[in-house]
Design a protein around this ligand. Structure first.
Ligand code: ZN
Length: 427
C-alpha cells in the first residue's frame, strides 16, 4: 500500500487529463484511487511518497527488444542491416552462452527500468536466461523464441522449443509467451504456416520482423509475387494477434490488410535510421486505422533503450516527412509509447486510473528543462529524458528509485558484462 501525494498526474486517458496536486493510492498492485488530492478517500498506506510536484505518468511499453544484445552495444556500428547481421552480429551471437545472455539481459532490465519502461516485448533465443532476468527484475515481459529455417529440421526443433517455453512461462508471474518467426527472409513459407497454426492452437500472438528494408520487401515481391504482409496473410499469420516490427517498406494494400486484421505495428524509428533502412509511414498507417506502437530494437542497433528518444524521433520524423506539424502531437505520441502498447499486449495499464495495474513512472521536474510548465504533456514528451526518471513501479512494486535497483547490483552487472565483452573481442 503506497500513497503518492502532491503529484502532477498525466492520466493518459481519452481526454488527456492532467491533474495537479494529485494523489495516487496503490493497493494489491493496482491503482485504488487517482485524482485530486483533496478528494482522496481515507487510506492507510505503508509508505507515503511526497512527489513535490513531480510528474506521475504511465510507464512505457517497449514493443520491440532483443535484450541479450546489450552485450553487443558499440560492438558493430555504421553498417547496413545485412552486412551488420552477417559479418558482425551472427558470429558474435554464436559466442553467447546461457550465462552471458542472462547478464546482458540483466543489464537491459536495469537500463529499461531506470528509463521508465514497465513492459517489454522480446524476441531472441536463450529465452530461459531472459525469463530469469525478467522475473528477477519485476518487469512485465512478453518473450518469444526467434525461429529460423537455415537447414531442414532446424525450424521444427525451434518451434518445438517455442511451444515448451509457452508451457513453461506463459501466464507465470508477469510473463507471457508469443511465437516468433524471425522474418520472411529467414523463415520458409511452410514454417510460417506451421507457426500460424501453432499460435492458433495455443491461443497466443506472433511477433515478427516485417518489411524492415527495401531489399527484403522487393526480393519478396520478386520471388513470391507478393509483399511480406500479403504473404503473412496468405499463410494465416494475420489470423492471430500479429505484432509486426518495423514495417518501413509497406504499401497501401499492406496497411489495409493490417487494419482489417487488427495487426499491431512495432515501429523502431531510431534503429531504422541508424541502419539506414528508412522511415516508416506511421501517419499514413494511423490514418488507415492501423494500431501503431513504439519500440527501441536491440542495444546494438539503436544504441539506447530509450522510449523518450523514440517518442521524439517518431513524432519529429512524421512532422518532417509529411510537412505537417499537426501530425503526431505530444499526447498522441505518448500514447504510442505507453497505452497503445499496453492495450495491444493486454496489460491493463497505460492509463492512470482506478482499477488499472499500478505501472507508474515518476519524473523529477526540478531540472530547468521543466520550467515553465504551461503544458505538462508537452514537457514530458518533447523535453523529458531518461535521466529524469526517479521512480519506476510495476504492479505496485517499486523496482527502481533514485539510482537504485530493487533487483540488481549495477556494479556487479557492469563487471560481468565487461568480462564477457573481453571474450567477444577474441572472435
Ligand atoms: Zn529487431
Amino acid at each position: 500500500m503506497v500513497e503518492i501525494r502532491h503529484a502532477t498526474l498525466i492520466t493518459n486517458n481519452d481526454r488527456d487529463e492532467v491533474i495537479r496536486d494529485a494523489t495516487i493510492q496503490v493497493k494489491d498492485g493496482k491503482i485504488a484511487y487517482a485524482g485530486q488530492g483533496k478528494a482522496a478517500p481515507e487510506f492507510a498506506p505503508e509508505r507515503v511518497i511526497d512527489a513535490h510536484g513531480n510528474i506521475i505518468m504511465p510507464g512505457f511499453v517497449n514493443m520491440h527488444t532483443h535484450v541479450p544484445m546489450n552485450l553487443f552495444r558499440s560492438y558493430a556500428d555504421d553498417l547496413d542491416l545485412m552486412t551488420w547481421l552477417n559479418t558482425r552480429i551472427f558470429p558474435a551471437e554464436d559466442k553467447l552462452t546461457e550465462e552471458s545472455a542472462y547478464w546482458a539481459s540483466m543489464a537491459a532490465m536495469c537500463e529499461l527500468s531506470a528509463a521508465g519502461v514497465i513492459a517489454f516485448n522480446e524476441m531472441y533465443f536463450f529465452v530461459d536466461s531472459i525469463a530469469r532476468a525478467a522475473q528477477q527484475s519485476g518487469l512485465r515481459g512478453v518473450l518469444s523464441r526467434a525461429v529460423v529455417t537455415p537447414a531442414p529440421g532446424v525450424g521444427e526443433r525451434m518451434l518445438e522449443e517455442s511451444k515448451e517455453l509457452f508451457e513453461k512461462y506463459n501466464g507465470k508471474g508477469r510473463l507471457k509467451v508469443f511465437l516468433s518467426p524471425h522474418a520472411q527472409y529467414t523463415v520458409n513459407n511452410g514454417m510460417l504456416e506451421q507457426i500460424a497454426e501453432a499460435a492458433k492452437t495455443l491461443g497466443t500472438g506472433v511477433h515478427m520482423h516485417v518489411s524492415e528494408t527495401r531489399g527484403e520487401h522487393e526480393t519478396c515481391l520478386k520471388e513470391q509475387g507478393m509483399t511480406p504482409i500479403e504473404l503473412c496473410q496468405k499463410v494465416g499469420l494475420l489470423d492471430v494477434p500479429f505484432y509486426a516490427a518495423h514495417c518501413v517498406w509497406i504499401g497501401e494494400h499492406d496497411m489495409e490488410l493490417m487494419a482489417e486484421y487488427n495487426a499491431t505495428v512495432l515501429s523502431c524509428p531510431k534503429s531504422n535510421l541508424k541502419l539506414a533502412s528508412g522511415i516508416a509511414p506511421l501517419t499514413e498507417m494511423m490514418q488507415k486505422g492501423v494500431r501503431v506502437t513504439l519500440g527501441t530494437d536491440g542495444a546494438a542497433s539503436n544504441n539506447k533503450l530509450s522510449m523518450w528518444e523514440e517518442m521524439t524521433y517518431a513524432s519529429f520524423l512524421q512532422k518532417g516527412t509529411t510537412y505537417d506539424p499537426k501530425t503526431m502531437p505530444a499526447a498522441q505520441t505518448l500514447k504510442l509509447a505507453t497505452r497503445y502498447g499496453a492495450e495491444a499486449l493486454g496489460l491493463n495499464s497505460g492509463v492512470v486510473e482506478a482499477g488499472k495495474n499500478a505501472d507508474l513512472v515518476m519524473v523529477n521536474t526540478n531540472g530547468v528543462r521543466y520550467t515553465p510548465d504551461y503544458d505538462e504533456i508537452s514537457l514530458a514528451v518533447y523535453a523529458g529524458s531518461d535521466a529524469d526518471v526517479c521512480m519506476t513501479m510495476v504492479g505496485g512494486d517499486i523496482i527502481y528509485e533514485d539510482g537504485k535497483f530493487a533487483f540488481a547490483d549495477l556494479d556487479e552487472v557492469k563487471m560481468k558484462l565487461a568480462e564477457y565483452a573481453e571474450s567477444m573481442k577474441k572472435i
